[in-house]
Design a protein around this ligand. Structure first.
Ligand SMILES: Nc1nc2c(c(=O)[nH]1)N[C@H]1C(S)=C(S)[C@@H](COP(=O)(O)O)O[C@H]1N2
Ligand SMILES: [Mo]
Length: 396
């Protein structure tokens, strides 16, 4: 398959791009079509419909109206990479596992494929999704609503690999490193997760995403899937696992992906002793239709969206069209899985023309409800306030 999806560019344009690449003028085109070119000429890469937040490193956001299916297609799945996408030569590729009783264990992809296959449908969300909405503003990738997606991840249980390495009682954490290497003075992207989550039977080292080998931007050939936890825990291009007694002390564990466990006034800073590493996702719903600012003639209007709660189940989504005075239950989609989002829909007919806010509020199995007002934190993580879009209903 070509790297540009059929419906985004005409066939003539696609073959032109292919020839242009062969002629060696790809550099100029890469500037014009960065999302497509970052992957090179093979495989299906990210769609040009994604919003480019950063070209290189590659940060691509899904427009919310494209998050309208239970499974997010690979080419529409958001991309968040801190460094340049690594080039992997699969012949030389090994997964190195250190710190176990059988230290210096190295496995090829074929070794991994011989272990029992395991699949989980998991919603991945970047902890910075929604950062653009914080007030006062917060530096960092300015994600709005679409740094989230839901995919079927297939691979092996991380616990099966760790059992082979021989887990020692003093192993309290697993440190995970990928093949991406830092640019200039940037620190390497290394994460640690507690052993309890690493050994959980649902935690995977995945080599397939929605039935295909994991696309390069999403971590080919192997990525970690930590179900229900923020995206930053799901290390891509995994090459090295280390069993340790404490979390890694690099920037991406010590400083990044932490949130104060007490109130911080908006614009303020947090006492480092109050910072806690991000783990499970918050409860959240996102409206995928109508678009903000949409105009309608009198008659029924259907709102649709997704709702997810990390390690918890969504038990309901309520919708309000009267600024939160009354709430009505939305209908939840039939598709569900332990760590996957639910689709929802709600049809409503306005009693009279005017300007309306459609608001959605998800509830989960632990009793969490989306807040009406967003808490503030210095890094702009875990935005999950009640979602809202404004629509206008015209006169007949
Ligand atoms: N090796 C590596 N893994 C990584 C990252 C990275 O920059 N390097 N980004 C993380 C972050 S912050 C997120 S939100 C997810 C994004 O996964 P995706 O690009 O497949 O959507 O990958 C995580 N894994
Ligand atoms: Mo992220």
């Amino acid at each position: 398959m070509n790297f540009l999806s059929q419906d985004t560019l005409s066939p003539s344009r696609r073959s032109f791009l292919k020839r242009a690449g062969q002629l060696g003028v790809a550099l100029g085109l890469a500037k014009a079509f960065p999302a497509a070119f970052a992957l090179g000429q093979e495989g299906s890469g990210p769609s040009v419909k994604l919003i480019v937040r950063s070209e290189n490193p590659q940060d691509l956001e899904t427009p919310p109206e494209l998050l309208d299916s239970w499974i997010t297609p690979n080419d529409l799945f958001y991309v968040r990479s801190h460094m340049y996408t690594p080039k992997i030569s699969i012949g030389d590729w090994r997964l190195q596992i250190d710190g176990g009783a059988n230290s210096n264990l190295a496995m090829t992809l074929d070794d991994l494929r011989r272990l029992p296959r395991s699949m989980q449908t998991v919603t991945l969300e970047c902890s910075g999704n929604g950062r653009a909405f914080y007030d006062p503003p917060i530096a960092g990738a300015q994600w709005e609503k679409g740094a989230v997606g839901n995919a079927r991840w297939t691979g092996v249980r991380l616990s099966d690999v760790l059992h082979r390495a021989g887990v020692k009682p003093e192993s309290k954490f697993l440190t995970i490193d990928g093949a991406d290497t830092p640019m200039a003075k940037m620190p390497d992207f290394i994460r640690s997760i507690p052993m309890e989550k690493a050994m959980h039977p649902d935690t995977l080292l995945a080599y397939e995403m929605n039935g295909e080998p994991i696309p390069i931007p999403h971590g080919y050939p192997l990525r970690l899937i930590v179900p229900g936890w923020t995206g930053n825990n799901c290390v891509k291009w995994v090459t090295h696992l280390t069993l340790t007694d404490k979390p890694d002390e690099g920037f991406f564990m010590k400083t990044a992906y932490k949130k104060p466990n007490i109130y911080v006034a908006p614009g303020g800073s947090a006492d480092p002793s109050t910072l806690v590493s991000l783990t499970a996702l918050a409860v959240k719903s996102v409206i995928t239709a109508p678009k903000d600012g949409a105009q309608f003639k009198p008659g029924p209007v259907t709102a649709t969206g997704v709702a997810y709660a990390g390690e918890q189940d969504i038990v309901g989504v309520d919708v309000s069209t009267d600024l939160g005075r009354t709430w009505k239950p939305a209908e939840l989609g039939k598709d569900k899985a332990r760590y996957a989002w639910r689709l929802w829909r709600y049809t409503w007919t306005a009693a009279e023309p005017g300007s309306f806010l459609i608001m959605s509020r998800a509830k989960d199995s632990s009793g969490r409800v989306q807040p009406m007002v967003q808490d503030w934190n210095p890094s702009g993580y875990l935005w999950n306030v009640v979602d809202r879009v404004r629509v206008t209903i015209g006169k007949a």
